[in-house]
Design a protein around this ligand. Sequence first.
Ligand SMILES: [Zn+2]
Length: 516
Amino acid sequence: MKKISLIFTLVFAFYVNPGFSQSKDPIVENIVKEATENSQLEKLAHELMDVIGPRLVGSPQMQQAHEWAVGKYKGWNITAKNEKWGEWRGWERGVSHIDMVAPRVKSLEGMQLAWSPGTAGKTVTADVIILADVADSTSFQKWLPSVKGKFVMISMNQPTGRPDYNWQEFGTKESFEKMKKDRDAQTEAWTNRLKKTGYTTRTLPVALEKAGAAGVVMSYWSKGFGANKIFGAYTKMVPTIDISLEDYGLLYRLSESGHTPKISVRADAKETGVSQTFNTIGEIKGTEKPNEYVILSAHFDSWDGGTGATDNGTGTIVMMEAMRILKKVYPNPKRTILAGHWGSEEQGLNGSRAFVEDHPEIIQNIQAVFNQDNGTGRVVNLSGQGFLNSYEYLSRWLTKVPEAIKTPIESKFPGAPGAGGSDFASFVAAGAPAFSLSSLNWSYGTYTWHTNRDTYDKIVFDDVRSNAILAAIMAYQASEDPAKTSREKSILPVNAKGEPGAWPEQRKPTRRGGLD
Ligand SMILES: [Zn+2]
């Protein structure tokens, strides 16, 4: 009887706690314990996403976020500073109110794009018209004066507001195929309509405002219910607004059927002059090899249609939480552990490229960089980024990670060097071993990436907690490793032209952005 129950207990213990049974390392155990029992993730997410809000480069909220992060680190007794790397056009988003006032009244879901000019404290009411389908650019010039005093719709009206996965589930095969075929034809026709104006998507809004349009109206549907992508405006005098698929379709159909919809737009936006741009750097100084570095990396800026919760609020709080935990349970690392919260990743990895350019002494002595920037999901992919011997040290460090977190991670060695996509690429280009902790997607591309739906409620805290544990353990292991990591590059496969594959080149940051 006793024997049986002992066997039962052992089996039970293995199944209940498979992840932690192999690790007898007290630091690893304390990392897991602190992350699990004293998580600060929800609080950090609330303060950053809800209280401060989105973090557009050059905006006052970006600046607030930098100050907040330094304050948090100081509260955890971690050295931190904001390091200036450039300047950007300063702009602050105010309210966007958009209402249809004819042929009936309806408040519309929409907002001005980033950097859009406002309506100077007024509400502008005007007819909405559709971009004309003209024969060529000469006919377009003839049509242009008719936009005077009107809001002009420049996006295609989507034939369906249902995502494809919804059609897949409920539509007949025939109707789904027919819809896709029609949509492809319509998309091609719309691309041609734009082309025939003689302008590009960048220059058309400017031509419209020069011709006296009251504003530019668009809808960048993200192919999911309720989700639109919100980027920057090209207009310099009149607002550019994005309207939800549903409301855009409504205006479009009314205009097409001759019911001449009218909208009222109030957009407040403040130009705040030249803004300084920063990276926030947190530091836990190394005791044995203070001049060698492990970097926990995540961009800090975001687009501002939502609050940048999964791009890259989650990466940000993962690294902050990992730093907090490390300071508590591993306060005297062998190597220096830095947290890099980069500015202006969204405009071309600018903050991290500037850091790489400004700190050759750090770059030469990097043990490893771990970057996280593709959503809230638990990490499921890890590539060696083309570093020939990365398998050896990454796999060794991973052995310390609890099974439940480690097992789902598919690794690829030596992999290929990433030329972009996020900040690890800035380091890879400089030959420093930098890796991307790549997440399970949670419909990232459709629903949250650069959308108006990228908000606190999309955060999956259990996954984020796993990532904080992973980041902390990998930083701990990279710091402890007796050997310096190899940065030997693998031979890259020949390209399509038969030339040898080339390592990505280090690129210059834009240090002065949006300022003419
Ligand atoms: Zn991002």
